[in-house]
Design a protein around this ligand. Structure first.
Ligand code: 2AM
Ligand code: CA
Ligand code: CA
Ligand code: CA
Length: 281
């Protein structure tokens, strides 16, 4: 295996190891899911693979850092309010691991190979390590605060487009029909005529990793949670990109409406969202 990164060995190495082990297992389960459960709505899926992967990651982290706190999607009651409460209760922990065991469960359930494992470590509310693993392509995206972002040991750089017209932009449609859905539809509608291309690939974490690696110019989505975004936010920042809320205010763990770009087109994107009244804020 490629030695993905070297510095701050303990935290980053544990995150990489956990993402890698969980990712391999998740991939081995592709196409085997028989028991499908729903959370809030018929579109909000959870499988034994989500739960099993989260357990595996928790165990690996606690083996090394038994006194660290962990916030994982599958350990929290579904729904925006419960998620916000869980984050509020945990965010001041000295060391808090924030995990999304399978980001892109819907894709996974349909055997569409675009999903990821997302693991972040926050120190008193500030993300210091972010790891996103794509088992389908064996791509390990790694960032450490102040030390850059890497994929397979190569430094990542956000893309160079300077106008929305030259940009490839991802959006998303989380199945929260009441609030987020109409706003995300509106974002699709206003951006489509202004950009080179619009995509929605179904994994928030991989969208952010792709902004960091320059494969996407930008990504925005309303109604995400801390575990979708924490690791990817650091990847974007450490690759020279920018991540804010949809009004352009600085990212922190409680931001749920996300705009992430290569920095150059950030203000243009925010402007479009504001003019369309599609910020959710
Ligand atoms: P998941 O696969 O981990 O659930 C797609 O638009 C993104 O929305 C994915 O990152 C997906 O993460 C997330 N998502 C899925 N269901 C959601 C829900 N009910 N509320 C908010 N985000 C959700
Ligand atoms: Ca989910
Ligand atoms: Ca997710
Ligand atoms: Ca998930």
């Amino acid at each position: 295996k490629v030695p993905y990164i070297v510095s701050r060995k303990s935290y980053t190495a544990v995150a990489i190891n956990a993402a890698s082990k969980a990712g391999e297992w998740i991939k081995s389960r592709l196409g085997t899911v028989e028991q499908l459960n729903t959370k809030h709505s018929p579109a909000d899926l959870v499988t034994e693979v989500d739960k099993g992967a989260e357990q595996m990651i928790r165990r690996l982290i606690l083996t090394h850092f038994p006194d660290h706190a962990i916030l994982g999607e599958e350990g929290v009651e579904p729904g925006a309010e419960a998620s916000a409460r869980a984050l509020e209760a945990a965010r001041e922990e000295e060391y808090l691991w924030i995990i999304d065991p399978v980001d892109g469960t819907t894709n996974f359930v349909h055997s569409l190979p675009f999903y990821s494992v997302s693991i972040a470590l926050a120190h008193r509310g500030e993300v210091i390590v972010g790891v996103i693993y794509d088992p389908s392509r064996d791509e390990m995206f790694v960032a450490e605060k102040g030390k850059g972002a890497y994929v397979h040991g190569n430094r990542m750089q956000a893309s160079r487009e300077e106008t929305l017209g030259d940009s490839l932009v991802c959006i998303g449609f989380p199945p929260d029909r009441a609030f987020a859905q109409p706003l995300n539809m509106k974002i699709a509608q206003v951006l489509t005529p202004q950009v080179r291309g619009i995509r929605a690939l179904g994994s928030a974490a991989l969208h952010l990793a792709y902004v960091a690696s320059g494969r996407l110019s930008a990504y925005c989505e309303i109604g995400l949670n801390a575990w979708d975004v924490a690791a990817g936010a650091l990847l974007v920042q450490e690759s020279g990109g920018m991540i804010t809320d949809t009004l352009g205010r600085p990212y922190d763990l409680s931001v749920r409406h996300i705009a992430a770009t290569n920095t150059a087109i950030h203000s243009q994107l925010i402007q479009v969202l504001k003019e369309a009244d599609a910020t959710g804020l």
